[in-house]
Design a protein. Sequence first.
Length: 94
Amino acid sequence: MANQSSETLTLLSQHGCFGGTVDIYSHLAEQCQCTMKFAVYIPPQAKLRPVPVLYYLSGLTCTEQNFMTKAGAQRYAAQYGLMLVARYWCRFLC
């Protein structure tokens, strides 16, 4: 019997930003045994073609929201066609 992933993504919110969208997802992290969240900025170019992805790992006191809210990177990501993924990784604060 093949291994099957039980992981599912839940879309928590979505809003428009510089012609693209910022999506916030949650998923069950099997290894950490908790629900974790991540944010994705999807630039407008992703509607037409595959785009490169930049992953940002938030620090100990940051969440997936900090980078998306405070960095202002979406404007540049929209300009250059770059998808941004900011995940919250601290297993101690799940």
